[in-house]
Design a protein around this ligand. Structure first.
Ligand code: AGP
Length: 607
């Protein structure tokens, strides 16, 4: 949520900051602004709307070779120009961009107002420049540190002062900040995507750290001014992976990348000789893994759906009791943290506040938490006790697709590992492992349904309500299909366990309400077919996502999307694909902003 970028170097800062903001736009896109330093003054331009609106408003030749920028997802205060960042102190010399929430801003604002400060916005963030100005005596870094001592809450900030050319001070507490090390130039951003076009050398700040950058380099300290040594990391992916290429939008690109992204998640992790999986980052030895008595998954949204699949699989195959829970719920209900439980925090971004705070709560109570994350160096990845990177590559579209199937891959690998330490035979392990290795190919085959799904999306796009139904492993997939559709098309969609419809949701069935059924050829197929018939008997149109050659299901349904036949345990990987495409094409048909749907943002760093 919200994006920060900063630049100090020999070039004109405006194009660098605007390009960085454009790449960060997926994190929040209500309003945006920049502050550029030049000859003892700061030029500030802010606009409501997307980066394109800001770009048009910035004077073409605006000079200045250092500055900061921000793209906002509103929390405190409406979407207005005044509430957009950067925020200034009363003299206009201090500018601050902020991600996160200052929880005690009311008290700070009252204090500052009593001292005569006039506020220009309704935001919590604006207290920061006024506090910095309050302490400024010719050293911005010291003034920022003094200001930080007042702040409660979360922040990633970048601060400039008109009288300190080329200097940017950054600080982090619960909201990511990364330094980019260039040659004679330096960058600061909330996310490496903002700077990858310029440098792959990065330094991830940790909570409590402050960085001072200027074109010659950087210096990191803690808030008490003690030096902190930092390692420079190299970003492993290329600029091309954050560009759309020939695709109309990132979501479409990411859906079609899934054969490769799942192959990457599996890469080098299947041990065919032993018919098991190798997961180096768990930081648990065999004895510790064998002692696991229960697996508990915490996550949000799509990552939670991956956790629901993972929990079912672990329980049925490895015979370990397992469950998945919404992190936002778990954190506040004082969960029992059993000694023999192993926890997983699943998060594409690795920055989701709900998941992060739940992780900390569990660790506080003595639990071991492994992360399943995509973003390398993210907070959840760093704070967890070990984990599995899913290696999807950057996921830019707000609607998560390729990260989901890669998260599934992580759970399937972990299940194989655990099952082989328990009752699964070598032969069964080898069969499972071969089927898992074949998943990328099966996803590629499934993607051939593109045109068929596009035609269905055209047929049903005007429906205002949808039901998504499945049993067993298909229940989380139904939830995921409904989430995808509502996120980007704004249609109302409900995911239900197909067996539950008779307990209520069937009242929604009507000729104008399509039901999308997931019907694999598993042991629940007959039951699911009965549920399809119940809907048909009440005049509801049925779209079935089934298995190629299943004439019975095709005959009952009004529309049928075949997917390749496979070991039934692996259908979550393939049957989710037509649902992702359906959401995408419905949204396209309705002219929605697919990559940046209304009210949403990638990486939800507020509770
Ligand atoms: C997915 O399409 C959503 N945008 C959202 O539900 C997301 O999965 C959720 O916010 C969790 O994000 P995370 O995986 O980065 O933690």
């Amino acid at each position: 949520m919200c994006g920060i970028v900063g630049y100090a170097g020999p070039r004109r800062a405006v194009p660098v900051l605007l390009e960085g903001l454009k790449r960060l736009e997926y994190r929040g896109y209500d309003s945006a602004g920049i502050a550029i330093g030049d000859e003892g003054r700061l030029a500030v331009v802010k606009r409501v709307g997307k980066i394109a609106v800001l770009r048009n408003a910035v004077p073409k030749e605006l000079p200045g070779s250092w500055g900061i920028g921000h793209t906002r997802w509103a929390t405190h205060g409406g979407v207005t120009e005044a509430n957009a960042h950067p925020h200034l102190d009363s003299s206009g010399k201090v500018a601050v961009v902020h991600n996160g929430i200052i929880e005690n801003y009311r008290a700070l604002r009252n204090m500052l107002e009593r001292e005569g400060v006039c506020f220009a916005s309704e935001t919590d963030s604006e207290v920061i420049p006024h506090l910095v100005a309050r302490y400024y005596e010719g050293d911005l870094e010291q003034a920022v540190k003094a200001a930080l001592s007042h702040l409660e809450g979360t922040y990633g900030i970048a601060v400039v002062h008109a009288d300190e050319p080329g200097r940017i001070i950054g600080a982090r507490n619960g909201s990511p900040l990364v330094v980019g090390v260039g040659s004679g130039e330096m960058f600061l951003a909330s996310d490496v995507t903002a700077m990858i076009a310029h440098t792959k050398q990065v330094v991830y700040l940790s909570d409590g750290e402050v960085v001072a950058i200027d074109p010659s380099g950087f210096r990191t300290t803690d808030r008490d001014d003690r030096p902190v040594a930092k390692k420079v990391d190299e970003v492993a992916w290329e600029l091309g992976s954050i560009e759309k290429g020939d695709f109309a939008c990132y979501m479409e690109k990411e859906i079609f990348e899934q054969p490769e992204s799942v192959a990457r998640a599996l890469g080098g992790r299947l041990e065919s000789a032993e018919a098991t999986a190798k997961l180096g980052g768990l930081n648990l030895d065999r004895r510790q893994l064998r002692q696991v008595g229960r697996v508990r998954v915490i996550a949000a949204g799509t990552s939670w759906h991956a956790g629901l699949v993972g929990a079912q699989l672990l329980e049925s195959m490895a015979r370990i009791p397992a469950s998945a829970e919404l992190a936002s719920e778990l954190r506040y209900r004082n969960p029992v943290v059993e000694k023999d439980s192993l926890w997983f925090a699943v998060s594409q971004s690795g920055e989701t506040a709900d998941t992060l705070y739940a992780l900390r709560e569990i660790q506080r109570k003595g639990g071991t938490v492994l992360g399943i994350c995509n973003v390398v160096g993210s907070t959840i990845a760093r704070e967890s006790d070990g984990g599995i990177y899913v290696h999807s590559g950057p996921e830019i579209a707000v609607a998560s697709t390729k990260a989901f199937t890669s998260q599934l891959a992580a759970f399937y690998l972990f299940t194989l590992l655990m099952a082989r330490m328990r009752d699964l035979s070598h032969a069964e392990g080898a069969h499972f492992s071969a089927a898992l290795a074949g998943v990328p190919g099966k996803i590629a085959e499934t993607l051939r349904c593109r045109d068929l799904v596009q035609a269905l999306a055209k047929k049903y796009a005007r429906s205002e309500n949808f039901l998504f139904l499945g049993r067993g492993l298909m229940y989380p997939i139904a939830l995921e299909g409904a989430l995808k559709l509502k996120e980007i098309s704004y249609a109302h969609a409900e995911g239900c366990a197909a067996g539950e419809i008779k307990h209520g949701p069937i009242a929604l069935v009507a000729p104008e309400v399509p039901s999308i059924f997931l019907v694999p050829d598993d042991e629940l197929r007959e039951k699911t077919i009965s549920n399809m018939r119940e809907i048909k008997a009440r005049g509801g149109p049925v779209i079935a996502v089934g298995v190629e050659g299943d004439a019975e299901v095709a005959a009952i349904a009004d529309d049928f999307v075949p997917t390749p036949r496979m070991d039934p345990r692996f259908y979550p990987f393939t049957m989710v694909v037509p649902l992702q495409l359906f959401a995408y094409f419905v949204a396209l048909e309705l002219g929605r902003d697919i990559d940046q749907p209304r009210n949403l943002a990638k990486s939800v760093t507020v509770e």
